[in-house]
Write a protein that binds this ligand. Structure first.
Ligand SMILES: [Zn+2]
Ligand SMILES: [Zn+2]
Length: 175
């Protein structure tokens, strides 16, 4: 979205509301049901202009461990100081690109910066839950669905000793 900041620059208003939808950048393995909802404002406080936005994006993906579908809403807060062209040198802007946005002829195009932030901020690995146990390495059944019946004795040699201990123990009990 391109916001015409001219009324703010001329001092006619001290706040411009922003409310629109933004098509998110494609992400591997994740789909978006709808565009991101972006809302916020540009405010002017005695010549100090501030852009404050919140973007909310619904997504569908799958758990990185057990491949179960994962749906959610990712929200991102985006804040920048707004400056007119020439306020900062090119070098300064490059250093501070996370802090400033620059007007172009009194207009502000927030989409590109916002898309990049959404991409950077989006979780790299979606999980159905923080403690997801993943899949059984033998049969591929999600472990959260309960015991699949596979023997996992030889899966982790470090645990093998412990497993044998428990097996021996139960056999003793049965006798
Ligand atoms: Zn999972
Ligand atoms: Zn299994």
């Amino acid at each position: 979205m391109i916001v015409d900041v001219a009324p703010l620059l001329r001092g006619e208003v001290n706040r411009l509301e922003i409310d629109y939808t933004l098509s998110p950048t494609e992400l591997d393995g994740v789909s978006f049901d709808s565009d991101a909802r972006v809302s916020g404002a540009i405010t002017d406080n005695a010549g100090y202009m501030r852009l404050v936005l919140r973007a909310e994006l619904s997504y569908h993906g799958e758990c990185a461990r057990c491949l179960a579908p994962v749906d959610g809403v990712f929200s991102l807060d985006f804040e920048r100081t707004v400056v007119t062209e020439g306020t900062l040198t090119e070098e300064r802007l490059e250093e501070l690109e996370d802090e400033y946005v620059v007007l172009d002829d009194g207009k502000l195009d927030v989409d590109e910066a916002l898309r990049e932030e959404l991409l950077l901020g989006f979780p790299m690995r979606l999980l159905c839950s923080e403690d997801c146990l993943g899949l059984c390495p033998k049969c591929g059944k999600p472990k959260k669905d309960g015991a699949c019946g596979c023997s996992d004795r030889e899966i982790d040699p470090r645990l093998a000793v412990l497993k044998n201990f428990f097996v021996d123990d139960s056999e003793t009990e049965n006798n």
